[in-house]
Design a protein around this ligand. Sequence first.
Ligand SMILES: Nc1ncnc2c1ncn2[C@@H]1O[C@H](COP(=O)(O)OP(=O)(O)O)[C@@H](O)[C@H]1O
Ligand SMILES: [Mg+2]
Length: 388
Amino acid sequence: MGRILIFTGKGGVGKTSVAAAHAWHSAREGKKTLLVSTDMAHNISDIFQISIGKEIKEAAPDLYLLEIDPGYVLENDFREMTEAFARLFSVTGMSDEETLSMPGMDELFTLLKIMDIYKSQEYERIIVDCAPTGETLAFLKFPELLSWYMEKFFPVGKVAMRILSPVSRAVFKVELPGRKAMTDIERMYMKLIGLQELLKDREVTSVRLVCMPEKMVVEETKRSYMYMNLYNFAVDGLYINRILPDDIENEFFNDWIRIQERYINELEEVFAGMPVYHIPWFDTDLNGTEGIARIDNEALAGKDIFAVHETLAGEEYGKTEEGYVLKVHLPFAAKDGVDLHESDKDVIIKIGNFKRNIPKPDVLRRMGISSAKFQEETLLITFSEKEG
Ligand SMILES: Nc1ncnc2c1ncn2[C@@H]1O[C@H](COP(=O)(O)OP(=O)(O)O)[C@@H](O)[C@H]1O
Ligand SMILES: [Mg+2]
């Protein structure tokens, strides 16, 4: 089974450099590796000092690069699917052009491309260099959002079963229908489900957060960790980049070193459950492979950086004596205020600007939320029979 690592973090913290260092490290282990950039402002070609073009390019033995151009991918790899989309949305009166320029479409085709590459089993490891955090979240949550809309507004027929995580599917013994007799729309819907399953398969896909030890970045990193959990993505690594060496004899730097220490300690405490990597602040920029090799030597060498780490399931349904419980792991969320609603079909959790619909399994449709409380970092939502 391959591995997909998604690197994200605030703009400029070192995402591309750290992602590239992983790809470099992986290729040197003799594993065929693809480094994919999904950030529109691609710059992996700068690091490797080659021009990449629109297709996959070999940069070194076992090291391949791809800078995804969604328009090109849409034209070349997903013609049929884009036509199906256009037909689907034509009922709404939208033109083909309008359909394909809907927000989220570029991201969707980028992800589908990555899924196809993964499924081709051509590469043992796929390292994804993402856009800054907010965009990454929009990117990762779109397939789920789209299938939710499709289910609501289009006749996905027999296939229109609730999307459950593989875990809940096992608990509730839901079977997916066979592939025969599916319409265009159903096939597309299945593909979206497949994509979600891949993105949420903790043995394959995980998110790595890159940050720097300073106030704003630390706050954003904690928040993005919470949102990744809200959408049930596995986060299994934190990279603290640009750490000042502590042997600088200079008043000016002494204060900065102390400030950094404070934030490093805070990060280590709050991310204690996962591997935390420390990367020094180098004396020059990191362009070129020597730069990324420095990150590899100083921070990654000798560590099992591609291992699958045990992560707390983001969400999990379980049975209790009175009924059912949904556990959602939401670190740092309690104090920000969480809004909880329910419809017949979904549990709806709102934090800040983000809203997640977690589908209720069939048995819970006739039940209602009876209580919700935080137990440490986990939100426990209990369900019981509705009155009357
Ligand atoms: N530890 C470091 N020491 C020195 N320069 C760094 C370090 N990490 C990143 N850089 C430099 O900072 C700039 C931004 O890094 P980059 O990896 O492109 O960040 P991002 O992808 O998050 O925007 C680049 O010029 C890179 O070479
Ligand atoms: Mg970048």
